[in-house]
Design a binder for this molecule. Structure first.
Ligand code: DX5
Ligand code: ZN
Length: 217
């Protein structure tokens, strides 16, 4: 499986100091920064969009992993690309034309990811979608908020996707911490998102390094 990428979720950062927080995470060993875009419609919460991502962009060289929890994912592709987004992960539940959307994202110069909510079957992505995306995100909480409890019942989806797609990046997001990294890594997830688990840790560098070792071992 591909090497670990640790992607702290900026949703748990101090929003008044985003540039400082982004730098703090890369200094602590983060590979990616996970940026949760929510539109108050696909999920019952509002967070940030392209203008904020653009504002953080000059302050870090980290890869920007944009998780688009929005009802109309094709609407924001150009804005996020211009803002400096690098991975554009849309939800399969939010589009009728995933293959067209993946092409739009690639044409905009970004990598394309597809996310599935806890209640969504892997059948929705296996085949044409999985073959064209650069990453599959298996949500391990209901999207919308940080600090929720990890849903271990999502692990069989990770195992199945890892068996089918040994070279693909498979990301998990929601409730990742010291007590949930083992099952995630064993199932085959290699991109680890954590908000609370990293930002609220006493020693984020240590958490990031443990996460990385668990995935790579
Ligand atoms: C939730 C977001 C997550 C969130 C994870 O909808 O997609 O990225 O920040 O937060 P934790 O790691 O605290 O569960
Ligand atoms: Zn997320």
């Amino acid at each position: 499986m591909p090497l670990a990428k640790i992607s702290p979720s900026m949703l748990s950062s101090d929003f008044a100091n985003l540039a400082v927080e982004a730098k703090r995470m890369t200094k602590n060993g983060a590979d990616w920064l996970h940026l949760d875009v929510m539109d108050g419609h696909f999920v019952p919460n509002l967070t940030l969009g392209a203008p904020i991502i653009q504002a953080i962009r000059p302050h870090t060289e980290a890869y920007f992993d944009c998780h688009m929890m929005v009802s109309n994912p094709s609407q924001w592709v150009d804005d996020i690309a211009k803002a400096g987004g690098q991975m554009y992960t849309f939800h399969i539940e939010a589009t009728q034309d995933p293959v067209g959307l993946i092409k739009q994202i690639h044409d905009a110069g970004m990598q394309a990811g597809v996310a599935i909510k806890p209640g969504t079957s892997t059948d929705t992505v296996i085949g044409a979608v999985a073959e064209q995306v650069d990453m599959i995100l298996v949500m391990t909480v209901e999207p919308g908020f940080g600090g929720q409890r990890f849903m271990a019942q999502c692990m069989p989806k990770v195992t199945q996707l890892r068996e089918l797609y040994p070279l693909l990046d498979i990301e998990v997001d929601g409730g990742l911490a010291m007590d949930t990294i083992d099952v995630s890594a064993q199932a085959g997830a290699n991109v680890i998102v954590a908000g609370t688990g990293i930002f609220k840790a006493d020693d984020p560098a240590k958490v990031i390094s443990i996460f990385r070792n668990k995935v790579n071992e």
